[in-house]
Design a protein around this ligand. Structure first.
Ligand code: 8YV
Length: 328
């Protein structure tokens, strides 16, 4: 007999109103407490659910997908990035994957600019002086930073978030350069007065600030490797609000320590929470705990996107934010 309500398993606690709506619409199993779901619990959930709502703290690899029950038909990810899901294998097994783009674009771009300002204007160094009570008063040469206006920003990955960073950077008087798989059409490029570089090396060489805004895929892994990082000006800084794997973090750390790069602002790390301890010792490095999209507004809107993706699927249509392997 056909069940009238889909069984939806959510791996983390989501905003109250999102969970309430899920309860109204589906036979939902919510996590009792928040925290990454154990792999065996996740495997069990994938056995019995029609729909799984994971986050980036759930690694859904080929082995887990192989053990999924026949009922599992949609993985409606709560988040934009899907590098924790083996999308190609899911697809082969007839499981669709959707995500939550757009609603975290502006917040993540804000954080990119915040990191640029924090690094270039030495905000955490200034803050530490105040917190430690060691400020000696104003001095003409105290905590001199670098001006954003007039500097060349190189955006790696000119999707939604890259373009939102570019719009902000223009307002700060920066010159926008970008590298992307495809050049933007003139209607998008011209208002930003953005210069396209089909060779990443060329952009890396001229940039004063690099902003990483591409997803992590097999082809973007270590795109900023030791060789490319060495092309950067020693006065340049890097900001990453995307995924840590795009940068060779050990090479970056070595160069920052050697003074071969002026600074970095990182919200994401190559080994997740396993931040290279040497990065933490550097005054010209600002580290944040993956909070680019962490606004109350974004978290609710991400939930609404998940609901729309599931409901559309339940109604027999293609979820609006379907991720197809060719996009990656
Ligand atoms: C989200 C992110 O908070 O959406 C993304 O890809 O990196 C984050 O900003 C996270 O994905 C939630 O799962």
């Amino acid at each position: 007999m056909a069940r009238d309500r889909l069984c939806v398993v959510v791996t983390r606690r989501l905003p109250e109103q999102v969970e309430a709506r899920m309860k109204d619409l589906f036979d939902v199993r919510l996590a009792p407490d928040d925290g990454p779901m154990d792999r065996d619990v996740l495997a069990d959930a994938m056995q019995s659910a029609d729909i799984l709502v994971p986050t980036l703290t759930d690694r859904i690899d080929a082995a887990l997908l192989a053990g999924a029950g026949d009922r599992l038909k949609l993985i409606a990810n709560y988040g934009a990035g899907v590098d924790h899901i083996d999308v190609a294998t899911a697809r082969q097994r007839g499981i669709l994957v959707s995500n939550t783009p757009d609603v975290l674009t502006e917040d993540t771009a804000d954080m990119g600019i915040a990191l640029m300002l924090a690094v270039l204007r030495r905000m955490t160094e200034g803050m530490a002086k105040m917190q430690d009570g060691v400020w000696e008063g104003w001095a003409p040469d105290a905590l001199l930073g670098t001006r954003l206006a007039g500097k060349r920003l190189g955006i790696l990955g000119m999707g939604r978030i890259g373009q939102a960073v570019a719009r902000r950077a223009r307002a700060f008087g920066m010159e926008v350069h970008y590298h992307n798989r495809r050049r933007l059409h003139a209607g998008l490029e011209e208002p930003l007065e953005a210069t396209y570089h089909d060779r990443l090396d060329a952009m890396v060489t001229l940039a004063d600030v690099i902003s990483v805004n591409c997803p992590h895929t097999p082809s973007t892994f270590h795109l900023l490797n030791a060789r490319r990082l060495k092309l950067m000006k020693p006065t340049a800084v890097i900001v990453n609000t995307s995924r840590g794997e795009v940068i060779d973090e050990n090479a970056l750390t070595r160069m920052l320590r050697a003074g071969e790069l002026a600074g970095a602002g990182l919200d994401v790390y190559e080994r997740g929470q396993g931040v290279n301890p040497r990065l933490r010792e550097l005054p010209n490095v600002v580290l944040l705990p993956h909070m680019g999209s962490a606004t109350r507004e974004a978290r609710v809107e991400m939930g609404e996107k998940v609901l729309i993706n599931i409901q559309t699927f339940a109604d027999g249509h293609r979820p609006p934010d379907l991720v197809v392997p060719a996009m990656l």
